[in-house]
Write a protein that binds this ligand. Structure first.
Ligand code: ASP
Length: 345
């Protein structure tokens, strides 16, 4: 029996393959050849090095250019090749990596193979670059992750994180990602150690294979700040494509309670069928709208609690549920329930 694992590397762009250009760092380097000739790979896998194939996107992207359509393209590329590979590694820019990781955890319905997303803070080949280490860790984990916990995960620096719990926490440190509201799935040191957390694949349908994408502006993200005005909210909600808003509120999910116009703007949006989901601004915040009168005011206006979801998970989950064509009531119900391990029960 051939014990060699088959891994597909999907290279979307990001700093990992960037080079200096007259206008700054830009994705330029074809990493496929570099990857095949990394001598460390042989040592990392000793007896059974994996069979690697690389799919490089054209054009390669700075991840600031990612769109929902591109999340779904990655999901479709994985699903089309699903039977031929044992695991998948997605190379991605760090800026929006957590959105893509969250989106894949929803759009890759029923997936039970490891999908590992990584990138780097410094380009491949630069002094002290983290690119090789992250890539080798990602490949090792895509090949060897214990079966009961295979899921969409972020592997970066010394951490293995659930994809839909991860968020970017540093633009400088090699541990660029964390999951402050959920335990790490594992630690990468001398050995790779797993903290066994089982997977929760979404079991809804077949969107990535068959579905049609809603417009990008079907979802919006609004961060509250002192003085945020009802008219700004109304202007956002006047877009007829809008199906849902993620509202980054304060602390336990609080918003201005002495500003009736703000509450009315939320209530109007909800009445028009826009699902308003409240998440917490602090990295380790959890929404408990009944803790304060200020949170209760948002709840009374019809906003629902995203509890401990990250902004990235809430936004991509909302987009996914809208893409499935569910009614606003059904979306609101599912936003309150974990569907892929993205929130606590
Ligand atoms: N701007 C880059 C990107 O997200 C940053 C990175 O990869 O670290 O593509």
């Amino acid at each position: 029996m051939n014990a060699r694992k088959r891994l597909l590397i999907i290279y979307t762009g990001g700093t990992i393959g960037m080079q200096q250009t007259p206008s700054g760092l830009a994705p330029a380097r074809d990493l496929a050849a570099d990857i095949q000739h990394m001598p460390e790979l042989g040592q990392a896998f000793q007896t059974h090095p994996p069979v690697l194939e690389t799919l490089s996107y054209e054009p390669l992207l700075d991840s600031s250019d990612m769109t929902p359509g591109r999340w779904v393209q990655i999901a479709r590329d994985i699903l089309q090749r699903y039977q031929h590979f044992d695991g998948f590694v997605v190379l991605h820019g760090t800026d929006t990596l957590a959105y893509t990781a969250s989106a894949l955890s929803f759009f890759l319905e029923r997936s039970d193979k490891p999908v590992v997303i990584t990138g780097s803070q410094l380009p491949f080949g630069w002094p002290r670059s983290d690119a090789r280490n992250n890539l080798i860790s990602a490949l090792e984990i895509a090949a060897n992750m214990p079966e009961a916990m295979t899921q969409v995960c972020v592997v970066f620096g010394s951490r293995i994180l659930r994809g839909n719990r991860a968020t970017k926490v540093s633009a400088k440190a090699y541990d660029a990602f964390d999951s402050p509201r959920y335990p790490h799935l594992g630690a990468i040191g001398i050995d790779v150690e797993y903290n066994r957390r089982r997977r929760f694949p979404v079991a809804f349908g077949n969107f990535a294979k068959q579905g049609r994408l809603p417009p990008d502006d079907a979802v919006a993200l609004v961060r509250l700040f002192p003085g945020f005005s009802a008219s700004t909210l109304r202007a956002i909600c006047s877009n007829s494509n809008l199906g849902g808003i993620v509202l980054e509120a304060y602390g336990a999910g609080n918003g201005p309670s002495q500003n009736p116009a703000f509450r009315e703007a939320i209530a109007e949006a909800v009445q028009r069928g826009v699902v308003v989901v409240v998440v917490s601004q602090p990295l380790d915040g959890i929404v408990r709208m009944s803790s304060y009168a200020a949170g209760n005011a948002l709840a009374r206006a019809g906003a629902i609690s995203g509890r401990d979801m990250t902004t990235e998970a809430a936004l991509t989950k909302l987009y996914y549920l809208i893409a499935l064509g569910y009614s606003a009531d059904n979306i609101a119900k599912k936003m309150k329930t974990p569907i892929a391990g993205e929130m606590r029960r």
